[in-house]
Design a protein around this ligand. Structure first.
Ligand SMILES: Nc1ncnc2c1ncn2[C@@H]1O[C@H](COP(=O)(O)OP(=O)(O)OP(=O)(O)O)[C@@H](O)[C@H]1O
Ligand SMILES: [Mg+2]
Length: 243
């Protein structure tokens, strides 16, 4: 069944700090949409609006999941996850003193996911064999790449239909960025997920994105209908390609 995410005219900030202005964005069923933007332009703030960590001052955020429409503004993060929206937050936010397996199990707290703990754990271990090998290791002692895999695995434990990922490439060596991005594409294809991914690494993001948006000073500066369209845009050429 179809799943999609629509952000409509969202403005948001932190107290007197105004960050997002009138942002409209959509990720349709089965699409991978990248949200580009350099440091401090509001990518994480927009992701946090979707995940219930920042409340927009205006606008609507609607998730369509299996034929049902949900207004996400005002909902708690755990309830948003409960709808089938997997979150891989900026900085991964693992529990460093808990084991790999314990971190994964914490991803399955939503009622619907509890029944599928066994198969979902097995799926995570098949997808990321390193996590199986290290299941008893403390998450905080895993390498950066392994921790990013763990954060993805934890999101999968909730059987998501929509995956929201904030900068998966941060702090990873180039080879690991390639691996993580490839995994996201593989998961999306295998599970039929709808993906919204904030990312600064343009070249890596466009390998798997269907299309994308560029956020500059909290506004959508460019909205592309394809990755070719993105590569050709003046704002991308200026910000990412040095042209
Ligand atoms: N909790 C907060 N309180 C006040 N201002 C904040 C807070 N979080 C973020 N900001 C400000 O909001 C603006 C946008 O930050 P945001 O984290 O959304 O950017 P970003 O595009 O994700 O950047 P990065 O690529 O560095 O992660 C920045 O100016 C930042 O300083
Ligand atoms: Mg950010």
């Amino acid at each position: 069944m179809a799943s999609s995410l629509s952000i409509e005219n969202v403005s948001a900030g932190y107290g007197a700090v105004h960050v997002l202005s009138d942002v409209t964005l959509r990720a349709g069923d089965g699409e991978t949409v990248v949200l580009l933007g350099t440091n401090g332009n509001g990518k994480s703030t927009l992701i946090k609006c979707v995940t219930g960590q920042v409340r927009p001052t205006t606008g609507r955020i609607v998730a369509e999941i299996d034929g049902q429409s949900h207004d996400l503004v005002g909902m708690a993060t755990e309830d948003i996850v409960g709808l089938g929206i997997g979150i891989v937050p900026e900085g991964r936010r693992l529990f460093p003193k808990l084991t790999v397996e314990e971190n994964l199990l914490l991803g399955a707290y939503r009622t619907g996911a509890r029944a599928k703990i066994g198969p979902n754990l097995e799926f995570c271990f098949e997808t990321f064999p390193r996590l199986r090998e290290r299941r008893r290791q403390m998450a905080g002692s895993m390498s950066g790449g392994e921790q990013q895999m763990l954060a993805l695995g934890r999101a999968l434990m909730a059987s998501p239909r929509i995956l929201i990922i904030d900068e998966p490439s941060v702090g990873l060596a180039p080879i690991l960025v390639t691996r993580v991005i490839d995994k996201i594409a593989e998961l999306k294809a295998g599970l039929g997920l709808t993906v919204l991914m904030a990312e600064q690494n343009f070249q890596q993001a466009i390998r798997i994105a269907d299309r994308g948006y560029v956020l500059v000073h909290g506004k959508i500066e460019f909205s592309a209908t394809s990755v070719e369209d993105l590569s050709r845009s003046d704002v991308v050429r200026r910000l990412y390609l040095g042209i």
